[in-house]
Design a protein. Structure first.
Lengths: 51, 310
């Protein structure tokens, strides 16, 4: 069954897109980006196998 | 009208060259902080607020953005939050728009694996049964190492460690570990057992990639697993129209062992587009398609009518 043949697929896609945008916005409001930045600008010893 | 064999071979070669060029450019741009490779440091600018759409270690000296899988573990590992709306949202945004297109066209680690696979020695084509079982490994790694570990191994301050990065990720060892250890003598003194384990995993990945096309992407990449789940619903997707003659040429050319005529939006499809180039009746379409099956059948009828005089 090809789920793209249903109009509901478009609704699912756009509903998900809106939800995703809200999630990103909420994450930014909670300052999660600062945690991401903090981890990304320091050498991650765990990532390179030293930590 | 059916394409001639020569036309098909030409368009397939063109498609392969185009994709290689995009992959090379993507790898260079994503890791565009080239000078840090010399001094053994990493980029610390504002671009690292944002996650990249590909598996690219943020401790790679050249990396201009954050690794989505690293960030997905980093936020629950911090004392502040257990769940990252921002990182999950960004990964989902990449997934819902393009699905695994990023794997096929932009991922530097995927590109490195493809280059390794070009080494001219006898290749291994895993049996379908084994392959079908092995592809589930990446979901297991995603659930255990990326999701469960950071949540279940928190200390009393709510902090943990990025288990996938620490114990598994060969991209981190290749893109960050080795270049940093070469350029930074202070880091070399800290090398221990875990690094040896990760180098072993990297060696397995390198040998695996030489023998099997995109060995890590097929069986171990958690980001590929997430994007794969979006392949069926992503805006950018594939459709197989009713004029498919089931010649199976698409399945034979597919190096990800997908059968596009049966499952055009398989979670394993990395959207390389090679199947489209070999299709003799242009039944496969890839893009931001909004046609229903009815529309496609109508198009097929119209195409057939147009072709009759020839």
């Amino acid at each position: 069954m090809n789920i793209f043949n249903k109009k509901s697929t478009y609704i699912i896609r756009f509903t998900l897109l809106v939800l995703i945008l809200f999630m990103i916005g909420y994450g930014i409001m909670r300052s999660e980006v600062l945690i991401v930045l903090q981890n990304a600008i320091n050498i991650c010893l765990d990532c390179i196998g030293i930590g | 009208m059916e394409k001639s064999k020569k036309q098909k071979a030409n368009s397939l070669t063109k498609q392969r060259r185009k994709r290689s060029l995009v992959q090379a450019l993507g790898a260079l741009i994503i890791n565009g902080n080239w000078k840090s490779f010399l001094d053994g440091t990493i980029y610390k600018g504002n671009l690292k607020h944002v996650c990249l759409p590909v598996l690219n270690c943020y401790s790679c000296p050249g990396a201009l953005g954050a690794c989505p899988i690293g960030s997905l573990q980093a936020v629950p590992n911090s004392a502040q939050f257990n769940f990252s709306y921002y990182v999950v949202g960004l990964i989902a945004l990449f997934g819902i728009t393009m699905g695994r297109w990023f794997c096929g066209w932009l991922c530097p680690f995927g590109w490195i694996q493809e280059l390794l696979h070009k080494i001219p020695i006898k290749k291994v084509n895993p049996k379908k049964k084994i392959h079908q079982k092995a592809i589930w490994l990446k979901y297991v790694l995603l659930i255990i190492f990326v999701i469960a570990f950071p949540l279940l191994t928190q200390d009393r301050f709510g902090m943990s460690y990025p288990a996938f990065c620490k114990f598994i990720c060969p991209a981190g060892t290749m893109e960050a570990g080795i270049p940093l250890l070469i350029a930074n003598p202070a880091l070399r003194q800290l090398v221990g057992l875990i690094f040896s384990w990760k180098v072993l995993l990297l060696l397995i990945t390198v040998i695996g990639s030489i023998l099997i096309f995109r060995f890590f992407c097929k069986y171990a990449c958690p980001l590929g697993a997430i994007y794969g789940m979006f392949n069926k619903i992503s805006f950018y997707h594939m459709q197989c129209s009713a004029n498919c003659i089931e010649c199976k040429r698409c399945a034979r050319v597919c190096k990800m062992q997908v059968e596009p005529y049966k499952t055009p939006n398989s979670p394993e499809c990395i959207r390389c587009g090679e199947c489209i180039e070999v299709c003799p009746v242009n039944a496969l379409k890839l893009g931001f398609i909004h046609k229903t099956n009815h529309d496609l059948q109508e198009t097929t009828k119209a195409t057939k009518l147009d072709e009759k005089p020839e």
